[in-house]
Design a binder for this molecule. Structure first.
Ligand SMILES: *[C@@H]1O[C@H](CO)[C@@H](O)[C@H](O)[C@H]1NC(C)=O
Ligand SMILES: *[C@@H]1O[C@H](CO)[C@@H](O)[C@H](O)[C@H]1NC(C)=O
Ligand SMILES: *[C@@H]1O[C@H](CO)[C@@H](O)[C@H](O)[C@H]1NC(C)=O
Length: 162
């Protein structure tokens, strides 16, 4: 069992390694996380998102959820009409921004009406900085992000949730 879990983690790290690059992991909403009565439009206006970045939704899975929706559903809060991706897993859920476009997320169960929704405008990744032959700064920063993403994916897996 333990070795299977370890293998899952290693696989996740490898997947993250190939996809993340210089990506950031951004906790949606800042310290309070994904909660009602937060102006996420205001929050997002102070952030920059690039292709490859990860969103981290932190919330009480018994009360809230996270659905990726299209612009129409985002504006009307009518998630009953349908959604694109159900991001909800264990309440520590990650979502990678893979395209340079605007992504829309909301909480269903009525909370969208109170503003629990966010539009994330994603830009192309910044042009790569020529890496020195031996980079200590970036190589020390990256593994911790990769491990964080891997661990979050792992603990959000519904098959292992407590
Ligand atoms: C949220 O913040 C945005 C940008 O600061 C502002 O335009 C908007 O009126 C705010 N919405 C609410 C409901 O306060
Ligand atoms: C948005 O999604 C809803 C629900 O799936 C769908 O009915 C609607 O046609 C979509 N709108 C656009 C502009 O894609
Ligand atoms: C989204 O996924 C969660 C966890 O798998 C599930 O409990 C929930 O019912 C799903 N929500 C929708 C709208 O399908």
């Amino acid at each position: 069992m333990i070795s299977r879990l370890a293998a899952t983690l290693v696989a996740l790290v490898v997947v993250a390694e190939s996809a993340v690059g210089r990506a950031a992991l951004v906790k949606v909403g800042g310290p309070p996380g994904w909660v009602p009565n937060t102006n996420y439009t205001d929050w997002a206006s102070h952030q920059q998102f690039h292709v490859g970045d990860w969103l981290n939704f932190v919330f009480d899975k018994y009360q809230y959820d996270v659905l990726e929706v299209n612009k129409t559903v985002y504006e009307t809060c009518n998630s009953e009409a349908g959604f694109i991706t159900n991001v909800t897993r264990g309440g520590r859920d990650v979502f990678q921004l893979t395209q340079p476009r605007t992504y829309y997320f909301l909480c269903s169960r009525g909370f969208c009406w109170g503003g629990m929704k966010v539009a994330i405008s994603v830009q192309e990744p910044p042009p790569p900085v020529p890496a020195p032959a031996k980079s200590t700064a970036t190589s020390s920063a990256r593994p911790s992000l990769l491990l964080t993403v891997a661990a979050l994916s792992f603990f959000s897996n519904p098959f292992f949730s407590m």
